[in-house]
Write a protein that binds this ligand. Structure first.
Ligand SMILES: C[S@@+](CC[C@H](N)C(=O)[O-])C[C@H]1O[C@@H](n2cnc3c(N)ncnc32)[C@H](O)[C@@H]1O
Length: 233
């Protein structure tokens, strides 16, 4: 396991940028994909109609995506790397008056659930906290806890994302972040960024039976760029 980045209640959202509450809205691309069969050939209505549909978010942070799953009446679970981050999700969901789901401490490569437990797994901007060979280990761990035929949504920073652009490549799936703005993730944690869409697609295809890969941009003062993978176990 690579050294864990130190996410805390204090640094997990930027109060100096006028952010008064933790991120509280679900990822828009994920909502689009999960709400309609229009955007992907792999998203089928039948996925979400299953009784006891169990969904896990790895890196569930402030519960911003969990709240969408709760609204959809899915059996919702989250994992986070430390107690602080588990508490962030619990506190924020309570603030929004949600019934708090099970959120446990876990890791990309160590998910505290039995084999074949979930029908769906979401990992948004969390896979790249594993690097090198650990990226593959993480995908194997994702598969372990999923039933055959399950749906996986993976999103990770693309090469035009500001944090990726200002990172230095140390080797395959190994990058060190060096953004100009001071950030606790700089110069220590090794990130598993993908160099291009093809590499992302190949690694997903090695692990899942069906894969679709998309790319999206949000261009404001800063450049946000993401790869999105929809996979079937
Ligand atoms: C950029 S945030 C994304 C949060 C949320 N998924 C979202 O889409 O808004 C990354 C989250 O992953 C968690 N994290 C970092 N390393 C992790 C690891 N190795 N395994 C699981 N979660 C991790 C962090 O604590 C943080 O909450």
């Amino acid at each position: 396991m690579t050294k864990l980045v130190k996410y805390t209640l204090q640094n997990s959202y930027s109060k100096k940028n006028l952010v008064k509450i933790p991120p509280s809205y679900p990822n828009e691309m994920m909502v689009k994909l999960f709400s309609s069969t229009f955007y992907s050939n792999l998203i089928k209505k039948k996925f979400f109609k299953k009784k006891n549909f169990k969904i896990l978010e790895v890196g569930s942070s402030s519960g911003n995506n969990l709240r969408y799953f709760i609204d959809r009446k899915f059996k919702t679970y989250g994992i986070e790397i430390n107690k602080d981050m588990v508490n962030l999700g619990i506190k924020n969901l309570k603030r929004m008056k949600y019934r708090v789901p099970e959120i446990k401490i876990g890791h990309n490569t160590k998910i505290p659930y039995q084999n074949n437990f979930f029908n769906c797994l979401v990992s948004i901007n969390t896979l790249h906290y594993s690097s090198g060979n650990e990226v593959n280990k993480a995908l194997e761990e994702y598969k372990r806890v999923l039933k055959k035929g399950s749906l996986v949504y993976i999103e990770t920073s693309g090469p035009k994302h500001f944090s990726h652009k200002s990172s230095k490549r140390l080797g395959p799936l190994k990058w060190i972040r060096k953004t100009k703005v001071k950030d606790f993730r700089n110069n220590s944690h090794i990130f598993g960024y993908f160099s291009n869409k093809k590499q992302f697609q190949n690694i997903l295809e090695n692990n899942f039976s069906k894969v679709e890969v998309y790319e999206r941009y949000e261009l404001s003062k800063i450049s946000l760029n993401f790869f999105v993978g929809i996979c079937i176990v």
